[in-house]
Design a protein around this ligand. Structure first.
Ligand code: ADP
Ligand code: MG
Length: 279
């Protein structure tokens, strides 16, 4: 089922501003397995029978040992990989290729070095034929939102790693995705920048209510950001813990980093950490 997405974008833009739009549909993995055929001809079973329902607007974090299939799952959700068996769906649509509705943020910012930061942020909307004025407004508001308004005309090499990562987030949100898929997006950043970006991302997601699928190595980051944390087993990855995190119910929605030292936070963090099997 295809939808007149730009039309819907515009309607929600009017209500919510130019960030990205709230998700309206469930994201579903239905018995997804995936194997790769390595160069040697060996078969690598990366993911086994993953079944997962992610309600619209949920922030899901995924942790698990290195090589357990996290990125593979994300690539299936992005539509970069077709699973060997099972399927991924967004609402009624089987995911069979990439879509601007599902934005992807990688660990490395990979901005186009020859474009300005503004040019990078406007690129997706430009490709999709969003009128010049509207895409300029989107870029301006998003660069404001990620704290880079004064760097709109700078080139990527003039920005620090953390700033480039903010710009990448703005670039993905400029497409107004309903789903944001993030693969260790803060993994290469220093601790302070990472905490700032975590807070920024939470604020943006609480305003916009996109669905977020967020892979991280940090259990603390997962519990801090997620409404729910999934733990995957060593390869072939299975979901071995599905832990709801509802700290807002205890502390209210506005809590910041101080939440990380509360007994409730520590209890969940330890349960998640305890479920990770080291290989
Ligand atoms: P994670 O993101 O959890 O570290 P990945 O999903 O990247 O794990 O990889 C899962 C397993 O699949 C790993 O053993 C990895 O080496 C293997 N793998 C990933 N991509 C390929 C590929 N293109 N060809 C062969 N094996 C791959
Ligand atoms: Mg990975």
């Amino acid at each position: 089922m295809s939808r007149p997405a730009e039309h819907i974008d515009d309607a929600t833009t009017a209500q919510r501003g130019p960030g990205s739009t709230a998700s309206t549909q469930e994201l579903l993995l239905d018995g997804v397995s995936h194997h790769y055929v390595a160069g040697s001809g060996n078969i690598v079973h990366a993911v086994a029978e993953a079944t997962l329902r992610i309600p619209a607007g949920q922030f899901v974090c995924v942790v698990g040992p290195s090589g357990c299939g996290k990125t593979t799952l994300l690539k299936v959700l992005a539509g970069f990989l077709s699973p060997s068996s099972g399927e991924a769906r967004y609402g009624d649509d089987v995911i069979s290729g990439p879509s601007y509705q599902r934005g992807v943020v990688f660990q490395q910012a990979n901005l186009y070095p020859w474009l300005s930061i503004r040019g990078n942020v406007e690129l997706g909307p430009r490709f999709r034929g969003v009128p010049r004025k509207e895409r300029a407004e989107r870029a301006e508001r998003l660069l404001e939102m990620v704290g880079l308004p004064q760097f709109a005309d700078a080139k990527p090499y003039e920005l620090s790693g953390g700033m480039q990562q903010r710009a990448q987030i703005a670039r993905v949100l400029a497409n107004q995705p309903e789903v944001v898929l993030m693969d260790e997006p803060f993994g290469a950043l220093d601790a302070l920048t990472r905490e700032r970006l975590q807070a920024d991302l939470l604020r943006i997601q609480r305003q916009r209510r996109q669905t977020v699928f967020f892979i991280t190595h940090s259990v603390e980051e997962a519990v801090f950001l997620g409404d729910r944390v999934l733990v995957m087993s060593p390869r072939p990855g299975r979901i071995v813990l599905d832990e709801p995190v509802d700290l807002a119910a205890t502390y209210g929605p506005e809590v910041g980093v101080e939440m990380k030292s509360t007994p409730e936070f520590i209890e969940i963090r330890d349960r998640v950490a305890g479920a990770i099997q080291i290989v």
